[in-house]
Design a protein around this ligand. Sequence first.
Ligand code: SF4
Ligand code: SF4
Length: 298
Amino acid sequence: MEVEKLVNKTIKIAIASGKGGTGKTLIATSMFYAIQENFKNSVLVDCDAEEPNSVLFFKANLQRSVEVVQKVPVIDTDKCTFCGKCHDYCAYNAIFIIPPSRIIKVIEELCHGCGACSVACEYDAITEKDMEVGRVNVFVSNEGFNIIEARMKNGVMTPVPVIKAAHKYTVDKQVVIMDSPPGTSCPFIQTVVEADYVILVTEPTPFGLSDLKQSVNTLKTMNKNYGVIINRAGLGDKKIFDYLKSEDIDLLAEIPFDKEIAVLYSNGNIVAAHNDKIKILFANLFESILERYGNSSN
Ligand code: SF4
Ligand code: SF4
């Protein structure tokens, strides 16, 4: 493909899977590595904020670490009448109240910062304070690769605020590759909502197929473009291939079950940096996705 035709196109690609351990990070790091020659204005965003690990593969240096805060309520017990309305409005059970004993407490770890309790209170008893929920860490590797990490604080209920904050650091990039959190709940949705295209990674097993179906159903409701990479191809059965065919879903690539790949990855290596076939596969796959789903920047 002529790369010159693609220089004015931008794209955000999320690499996702319905469950952990399918090889999503292997594919995100390898694709990001493979495109560096032609797309230097790119960034890898690790949105798997509960346990981000992409940066370990690049041995990159931390340039900046920014605190992410969320508003949590503070209740003035002198003004509070213990009416219980804030407790009723809280969908996350984050307000504990025993009116007869005049006890009320915000359980900050459960609070999602939605502000509903402040709206509910008619006695001006609720103000808000900032609570740290995580950090966005900005790294640059010795080769000049840009990596952003969303990292939630231990004990916080949801990584959504740090994922949201991490997206803000990608605005000037031509290419954004996102390593999505596993599953199909809010953190996944907060990641893929930004994507122009989603690569779903799965494996040819009954569990892989079941999780893939859930991911596909979620992406359909979000109206997203997507395709599938089958990792550890050669293991398991053919049902996943039958499903892709019956649903007319693009099979983007098959990564074979291969000892060399497994050893490289488990030793903390970027597979594409050591395996030319994988590097070429991902460079070509990326360019075809960019050509088809990229946005024109002028
Ligand atoms: S801000 Fe929302 S989640 Fe937090 S305590 Fe108030 S109602 Fe509950
Ligand atoms: S709504 Fe206001 S007054 Fe009522 S219990 Fe909550 S904080 Fe107290």
